[in-house]
Design a protein around this ligand. Structure first.
Ligand SMILES: NC(=O)c1ccc[n+]([C@@H]2O[C@H](COP(=O)([O-])OP(=O)(O)OC[C@H]3O[C@@H](n4cnc5c(N)ncnc54)[C@H](O)[C@@H]3O)[C@@H](O)[C@H]2O)c1
Length: 305
């Protein structure tokens, strides 16, 4: 059984560590918050304020550090601080450890930020002295521990095939569908697109709820019917290949027409406007590609006008 270190022992770190404990691994939780350490210790867990890899055999070090936003950007300062401590610990480590980025990070972070930080602070080289992987977490905060133990999807990415294999073996007992990539940025993009898709669907139905309210309609039975009638809803493969706009008669007609209906009842439909705008950009690209300039111009024009 592999030794697991959890760096950043909040919601995701604790669920991750408890899941591995449950599976029979030895787990050490690392955190900088005194109260968090006290809480973890009160549960009988091995919780420490520093990562020490001296004399440790090969292990997995999971980064489950916070990556909040500040306005329209990610604040990676705590993530960088935690990664730096891992780099320093690797500098005096005897084993060959696998560092696993489990936080949600912008695509490119594992290779563009984590790798250079680890190499700089350890003086060691990726692929020779330590290994690196991306393994985003999909759990829901409300059912964190159970979701970790029973994932419906596991995504692993690493430039090292052996690292993908080792991490796959570690996570296989939890079950769920496994998808692997060799580019960590692809796994990071999976997680960001996953969250943005969920957010978009929720906002879509909220926009429909606003229209239904304005028209005196009860959205629930309508939404439940569309969930079964719309191919985009019942068929997971529908509409997911990027690169081409929607066309035909119905989708252009009803998206444009409905914007006019919304105008007539003085209701804003920003999501539907954006849907039409994205389609216009893709249509322009398909027609010869002046997309960036056209997208900027179109942003100022009402598609319903
Ligand atoms: N909460 C969720 O439902 C959820 C689900 C999937 C993914 N994620 C992602 O997982 C990551 C962690 O989220 P979370 O909800 O567990 O955050 P959290 O705030 O609950 O936990 C983060 C922990 O990291 C600790 N920490 C901060 N700086 C540290 C450092 N330098 N060294 C060690 N520990 C440090 C904090 O004290 C805190 O206990 C984020 O990237 C988040 O987007 C969260």
């Amino acid at each position: 059984m592999a030794r697991i270190f959890i760096v950043g022992s909040g919601v995701v770190g604790t669920a991750t560590g408890k899941g591995f404990l449950h599976a029979g691994h030895e787990v050490t939780f690392i955190d900088i918050a005194h109260r968090r350490l006290e809480y973890l210790r009160s549960q009988g867990l091995d919780a420490r304020d520093t990562l020490d890899l001296d004399n440790e055999p090969d292990s997995f070090v999971f980064l489950t550090l916070p990556t909040p936003n500040v306005g329209h950007r990610y604040d990676l300062s705590a993530f960088e601080d935690g990664t730096t401590t891992v780099g320093k610990a690797l500098g005096t480590a005897s084993g060959t450890h696998v560092v696993v980025v489990r936080s949600t990070v912008p695509p490119g972070t594992t290779e563009g930020l984590v790798q250079p930080l680890l190499e700089k602070h350890s003086g060691r080289t990726l692929g020779e002295d330590f290994h690196l992987a991306s393994n985003p977490e999909f759990l829901r905060a409300a059912s964190a521990v159970e979701d970790f133990k029973h994932p419906w999807m596991t995504v692993i990415a690493s430039r090292s095939t052996r690292t993908v294999e080792r991490l796959s073996e570690l996570l296989a007992p939890f079950g769920g569908e496994l998808r692997t990539f060799d580019d960590p940025a692809a796994a990071e993009m999976v997680k960001c697109a996953h969250n943005i898709f969920n957010a978009t669907k929720i906002s879509f139905w909220n926009e429909m709820w606003l229209v239904s309210q304005a028209l005196g309609l009860d959205l629930d039975p309508i939404a439940q019917t569309v969930a079964r009638s719309a191919e985009g809803s019942y068929n997971p493969s529908y509409g997911i290949r990027g690169g081409a706009p929607y066309g035909g008669v119905c989708l252009p007609k009803d998206t444009q027409g409905f914007l006019g209906l919304a105008d007539s009842i003085s209701l804003e439909m920003p999501l539907l406007r954006a849907v039409v705008r994205v389609n216009d950009v893709l249509a322009d690209r398909a027609a010869g590609g002046r997309s960036e300039r056209v997208a900027g111009e179109k942003a100022a024009v009402s598609p319903a006008a």
